[in-house]
Design a protein around this ligand. Structure first.
Ligand code: CAA
Length: 278
């Protein structure tokens, strides 16, 4: 099966990054979100990243123009997904919302491979909302998508071997490294370890075990992590972490995280989380 048109549904941090790398790999990409404001922000972020790449001599101006011409932005789901060969969903981490989005996608497209960028929700459960569980797969990218090499390809209970193969080849075509997750466990490989670690560190801030700066410094200098857990939480998005505490049985709950979520202090993307990013 040849993939030509890719639809990315959801144009937040992850969706815009996924759209960028797909267009850079030569795919025709349709990006859909519910508001023009979100789409404009995604467009600006991608343009900024591409301009940086030109300034660093990584791509030519001609290449930048080619990439931009491959990107189409719309609020119309039908326009985005009809005729798509692959649809990648990257809407907020809420099971019912994702299921609803997939139901709508299936109304307008009958043939595409359906992929979800969920951070850790059940692939099998999500696939049940579609008319083609065998063509449904997890395709989990990492933030920042243009930089991070790894993509988890997760097999749900009904995902066919053929679908896994297509997903793996697609990920390779983006210049990324796929790892096939054979069992649909909560959080897959990475977030199964990472998210409980981040929320435990948040609990330590909440309980006064140490300051956020001390906790971050410990992991930075002792373990050589690129970011400490509190900074990484702000980077990943406190909404994503909060949703995981509500829906994943492997993650502890945190009152402080809930407060941040309710105050819309979601980390770098809103300018404020545990740290001030403005
Ligand atoms: N978008 C695009 N490119 C970016 C970027 C972004 N948001 N942020 C940084 N970059 C690029 C820079 O332009 C730079 O590119 P060049 O090498 O071409 O110059 C490169 O990344 C390195 O950036 P910097 O030199 O500015 O900064 P750094 O060396 O501190 O690296 C970082 C920044 C790559 C983000 C690094 O701090 C890092 O790896 N942090 C950890 C990120 C991580 O763990 N991500 C996974 C989170 S978990 C997740 O996403 C899954 C989930 O479901 C929750």
């Amino acid at each position: 099966m040849e993939i030509k048109k890719v639809a990315v549904v959801g144009a937040g941090t992850m969706g815009s990054g996924i759209a960028q790398v797909c267009a850079m790999a030569g795919y025709e990409v349709w990006v859909r979100d519910i508001s023009e404001e979100i789409l404009n922000k995604a467009k600006e972020t991608i343009e900024k990243n591409l301009r940086k790449a030109v300034n660093k001599g990584k791509i030519s101006v001609t290449k930048l123009k080619e990439i931009e011409a491959k990107l189409h932005f719309t609020t119309d789901l039908k326009e985005a997904v009809e005729d798509a060969d692959l649809v990648i969903e990257a809407v907020p981490e809420v099971m019912d919302l994702k299921k609803q989005v997939f139901k709508e996608i299936c109304e307008y497209n009958k043939k595409a491979i359906l992929a979800t960028n969920t951070s850790g929700l059940s692939i099998t459960e999500l696939s049940k909302a579609t008319d083609r569980p065998d063509k449904f797969v997890g395709m989990h990218f990492f933030n920042p998508v243009p930089v991070m090499a790894l993509v988890e390809v997760i097999k749900g209970e009904y995902t066919s071997e053929e679908t896994v193969k297509i997903a793996v080849e697609f990920v390779k075509s983006l210049g990324k490294t796929p790892v096939v997750v054979k069992k649909d466990v909560t959080g897959f490989i990475v977030n199964r370890c990472l998210v409980p670690y981040l929320v435990l560190a948040i609990q330590d801030v909440e309980n006064g075990v140490a300051t956020k700066e001390e906790i971050d410094a410990t992991m930075l200098y002792n373990y050589k992590f690129p970011m400490g857990p509190i900074e990484l939480s702000d980077f990943v998005g406190l909404d994503i972490l909060y949703y995981s505490t509500q829906q994943w049985d492997i993650v502890p709950k945190s009152k402080l995280l809930e407060e941040k979520f309710k105050a819309k202090e979601l980390g770098m993307k809103t300018g404020k989380g545990f740290y001030d990013w403005r």
